[in-house]
Design a protein around this ligand. Structure first.
Ligand code: GLA
Length: 328
């Protein structure tokens, strides 16, 4: 009898141990991004994978460039038995739909980069979010543009400013408004700022938008360019090249600092892409994933809003800046 109960106890403890091991291996977290081909998102995924290895959960990386793909990705995560996901949505207005879909699939939800909004454009404050300090980083772009304009001795009223815009995305609006506040405070006439609305947030769409503006204002000699990210500014710079503007007459400053920007600095010949504000895909990929894991495993609710900072890098100092940020 005694022997039997020992055996039974052993069997129970083995079952419990196996169950525990299973739950550990079974933690599954989705990381959905709107534009998988962009180096920023590749980096986010890379750092999310580091978190997965460290904590021993399964990371499911999904690209969803439109709402339909996003909704089926959420259902798919639910069907796979995931417990939560982090999303950079292709359209922030899908916010309430994403929340409902996550709830229906019993998935915890966090957003990254682009904050979800409701039908009135108000941020969904209950969804934990990590984004960049958009306005402040825009100001950093503006300060760097003004400094370089002064260094080159250009007169502000002779400078055309290309605002590569994507106004349906609040963080894009905040970023360019940050830039413009500094430019106008320092004396750039408002009428010298030209809107180049991009249809998509990639380099090609930015180039198409900028080319139209450059052709409309062919008499302007000096150009500066800014926008949502490095891709926006790279597109504008490519447009200046295609209409044969001297790279020395162009100052483009992006936001991002991943491969697409850095490879521009590595080119032997100088281009109009002068600088980038390096932001942190490590924080956005690694930290969000760790926070989601802690939420699932230890019921630790993530902070509602985290805004990360950035630092200017140019062709001259990008290696040092990357070293100081621990990414070189
Ligand atoms: C948006 C942009 C990305 C990147 C992130 C940073 O999602 O589209 O290129 O700048 O913000 O948070």
């Amino acid at each position: 009898m005694k022997y039997k109960s020992i055996l039974a106890a052993l069997a129970i403890s083995i079952t419990i141990a196996t169950a525990l091991a299973d739950t550990k291996a079974d933690t599954k977290i989705g990381f959905i991004v709107k534009q998988a081909e962009e180096s920023w998102f590749q980096d986010e995924w890379k750092f999310a994978q580091v978190a997965a290895q460290e904590k021993g959960f399964t990371l499911v990386k999904i690209a969803a460039e439109d709402g339909e793909k996003l909704m089926s990705a959420i259902d798919n995560l639910g069907a796979q038995g995931a417990q939560g996901f982090i999303v950079c949505t292709p359209d922030v207005k899908l916010g309430p739909g994403i929340v409902a879909r996550a709830r229906a699939n019993d998935l915890k939800l966090m957003s990254v980069d682009d904050r979800l909004v409701d039908g009135k454009g108000q941020a969904l404050e209950n969804v934990p979010h990590m984004g960049i300090s958009a306005h402040k980083i825009g100001e950093q772009v503006g300060i760097a543009l003004i400094a370089e304009i002064e260094k080159r001795g250009w007169k502000l009223d002779e400078v055309g400013a290309l605002r590569v815009s994507y106004d349906s995305l609040p963080t894009a609006v905040d970023r360019v408004n940050g830039v413009i506040s500094i430019l106008t405070e320092n004396g750039l006439p408002k009428i010298n700022i030209f809107d180049a609305p991009q249809k998509k947030t990639d380099t090609e769409a930015a180039m198409n938008a900028a080319t139209i503006v450059l052709n409309q204002h062919a008499k302007i000699k000096y150009w500066i360019a800014f926008g949502l990210n490095d891709e926006a500014v790279l597109g504008a710079v490519r447009a200046t090249e295609s209409v044969k503007i001297d790279p020395l007459n162009v100052i483009g400053i992006g936001i991002g600092g991943s491969d697409s920007a850095i490879s521009e600095f590595k080119k032997a010949a100088l281009t109009g892409f002068f600088g980038t504000i390096i932001i942190s895909p490590k924080r956005h990929g690694y930290e969000t994933s760790i926070n989601m894991y802690e939420w699932i495993k230890n019921n630790k609710t993530p902070e509602k809003l985290i805004l990360t900072s950035g630092e200017l890098a140019t062709r001259d100092n990008y290696i040092e800046v990357r070293k100081s940020l621990g990414i070189e």
